[in-house]
Each structure stands twice: as C-alpha cells, then as structure tokens.
Design a protein around this ligand. Structure first.
Ligand code: SF4
Length: 205
C-alpha cells in the first residue's frame, strides 16, 4: 500500500477527540514509516520510533477506526536509539510545550525520523517545510522559538545539542563569513515524499 493511501485510510474518519493538525502530522509520519518498513523489510516500530504499546495507544487516540490493525504490533519493541537519537529525544522531550504524553511520543518519532537522509519535513511525510515549523512551534515551542535565524531544523537540533554539551562546531566568527552557510541555512525545498512515492507508483502503472 502506498503511503498516500495509508494516509487517506488513517484520516478517512475525522476524530473529534483529536486536533485536525495533530491527526495530519501523526498520519503523515505513520504512513511514510509503514511504507519504509514494508519496502525495507523492517518492523514498523523501528521506522516509527515507538514500541508497540505506545504505537497502539497513539493509534487508538488518533485513529480509533484503524486502531485494531495496529494491535498486531503491540508486543514489538523498537530498536534501541543510537546515541545521537537519544540526545535528540532528550532535547525534544525537555522542550515539549506541555510535556503531554502525545508530545513525548512525537518527540520520539521525530528523533527517529531525524536519522533518515532527507529534509526533516520530508522524512516526517509532511507536505512542506512550513508544516514542520508549525508543528515545532506548537509542540516544542521553547526550542523552536530559539531558531530565530531559520537554520535548517536538523542542523539546528544538532548544533543546540553540541552547544549544550559545551562543544563549538563553528569555525567562522559569524555565519555571514562562514563557508558552511548553505549547509546550515540553505533552502529546504523539494517534493513531499508522499507525493513522490505516489507519482513513482503512477509512472509504473
Ligand atoms: S553558518 Fe557557519 S558559523 Fe553559522 S552556524 Fe553554520 S557552521 Fe556555524
């Protein structure tokens, strides 16, 4: 099943108990992660970054009509986070706007998806970078509001972790004089991965 189809299935019945934007974000992450698990012969818990128990609770609260499908993974663990991922989880959880269980689960999913190779908004299955900005400002406001110069989000997270640990990664005295400017601040455009996989599937028909 293509991720766009999974997204459509997850969001087919509006859940009045869950905010529409949060439903969209959760469905986007899960749709892309399930597809990666299927095509890469991985466990969904590994691509999503939640163990089975947390995945089932998240599904039950966000897409009750689809929750029974997720029950098959309830006893699965998720692979242990790498050191970088554990630092990201900790950074995001520490900066969760309300510290809710939903935000903790979101932190773990974002940390896992940060390990993928594309722009973060793409690896979360979102439609564009602006949606990622909204998501971070809503759920991780103390952290997101510090990215005043609009650095690329993955770069910003890792630089924040390094700075908090007392490391200085910048070799230039200011960003304007730095050869790495494009790595830190370059455009984060591109095509949504849900749209890309759908287009590639259409071309194969
Ligand atoms: S552009 Fe250069 S100076 Fe600015 S944050 Fe990036 S590495 Fe550091």
């Amino acid at each position: 099943m293509q991720p766009a189809e999974v997204y459509a299935w997850l969001t087919a019945i509006p859940n009045l108990g869950c905010d529409g934007f949060d439903t969209h974000v959760t469905a986007s992450i899960i749709a892309l992660s399930l597809w990666e698990a299927e095509t890469g012969r991985l466990r969904p818990t590994d691509t999503i970054g939640l163990d089975g128990k947390n995945l089932v609770v998240l599904a039950r609260e966000t897409f009750p009509h689809a929750a029974t499908v997720f029950a098959r993974w309830e006893s699965e663990t998720a692979s242990a986070p790498t050191e970088d991922e554990a630092c990201l989880r900790e950074l995001l959880r520490r900066n969760a706007t309300h510290g809710s269980e939903f935000q903790c689960r979101l932190a773990d999913m974002i940390a896992r998806r940060c390990l993928r190779p594309n722009h973060l908004w793409q690896d979360l299955g979102l439609r564009n970078r602006q949606e990622l900005g909204w998501l971070l400002l809503r759920h991780f406001e103390p952290l997101a509001s510090k990215n005043r110069s609009d650095m690329k989000w993955k770069k910003f997270f890792y630089r924040t972790i390094c700075r908090d640990e007392g490391f200085m990664l910048c070799s230039a005295p200011s960003c304007a004089e730095c050869d790495d400017f494009d790595h830190c601040f370059g455009e984060e455009g591109g095509e949504s991965l849900l749209a890309q996989t759908r287009r590639q599937a259409d071309l194969r028909i």
